[in-house]
Design a protein around this ligand. Structure first.
Ligand SMILES: [Zn+2]
Ligand SMILES: [Zn+2]
Length: 282
């Protein structure tokens, strides 16, 4: 069984406190062989009121245009690499959140480091709050927000300077259960365009397992969409726990690999210096 986890955060991310020692120990204890560390790099939002919990760490990161996040993440990755040398392969990654919001800064970050692996994700709609806080903004029309969200994802894939598209159905995690759509039919056309373009550009789709630990109880995206990505020509799949704590490192990965296989994939892809290296599932 492949023991990979290509999405996790250290204390360099404003929403994690995990130290390099804790991360290294957790990855080894989980029996992982390959990980990627992917701290949050996000263009700061113009309006701090979009962080309703006023987490001072997010506000400080935004004020400093994420330069400290960038430096601390590099430091933490090097520390985990040193602590696990010879036992674990640790890819230098980053999660590029809302990468188009400040594209020059995003491109500057990418050019400044010898990254192995880059996740791209959209955590907010332009001018809106992080979907994480969705329940605090009851006036939002959730269906219309999702229309905008998938439109933004398509633009990210058109840009394409990343390795894998993270948690495709991220906002659904934060929908009130009674408002969550039971299927994605409304967005079929745009999701198909996203999938075809990922396939054409040789980009990967992530199976993100964090939803298994939440009320929604499923990976993102769920099996029908993973299968559809395969049907539309997708070949590259990455897996990630999105761990923000040591306890979650490696969580749900076996399930993600099984789902990839059930959807018709024979390989999970890891990355070195941004080159995909497919590894056979069995
Ligand atoms: Zn994310
Ligand atoms: Zn993440």
């Amino acid at each position: 069984m492949l023991a990979f986890d290509f999405h996790m955060h250290t204390g360099a991310s404003p929403d994690s406190r995990t130290s390099p020692e804790e991360l290294a120990n957790a990855a080894l204890a989980a029996g992982l062989t390959h990980i990627a560390i992917t701290d949050h790099y996000e263009a700061p939002p113009a309006d701090p009121n979009l962080f309703p919990d006023k987490n001072p760490r997010w506000l400080a990161a935004a004020a400093d245009r994420y330069r400290e996040v960038e430096a601390n993440s590099q430091k933490n990755i090097a520390a985990v690499q040193a602590l696990t040398a010879g036992k674990l392969s640790v890819a230098m990654g980053m999660e590029l959140g809302n990468p188009l919001e400040d594209l020059p800064r995003t491109e500057e970050l990418i050019a400044a480091h010898d990254f192995d692996f880059l996740l791209a994700s959209q955590h907010t709609n332009p001018g809106g709050p992080d979907f994480y806080f969705l329940q605090r903004f009851p006036e939002l029309d959730l269906m219309a927000e999702m229309d905008i969200y998938f439109g933004e994802l398509l633009k990210i894939v058109e840009w394409g300077n990343f390795s894998s598209l993270a948690h495709l159905t991220y906002p659904f995690r934060y929908f009130p259960a009674d408002k969550r759509p039971t299927d994605t039919r409304r967005w079929d056309e745009i999701i198909n365009r996203i999938f075809r373009l990922l396939a054409e550009k040789g980009l990967a789709l992530e199976i993100n397992t964090s939803g298994l630990r939440k009320e929604i109880g499923e990976v993102s995206p769920a099996l029908p969409l993973i299968r559809r990505f395969r049907e539309l020509g997708g070949e590259l799949i990455t897996v990630g726990s999105d761990a923000h704590t040591p306890a979650d490192v490696g969580a749900g990965i076996a399930t993600a690999v099984e789902l990839a296989e059930a959807a018709g994939f024979r390989y999970i892809t890891r990355y070195e210096k941004r080159k995909p290296i497919p590894e056979k599932i069995k």
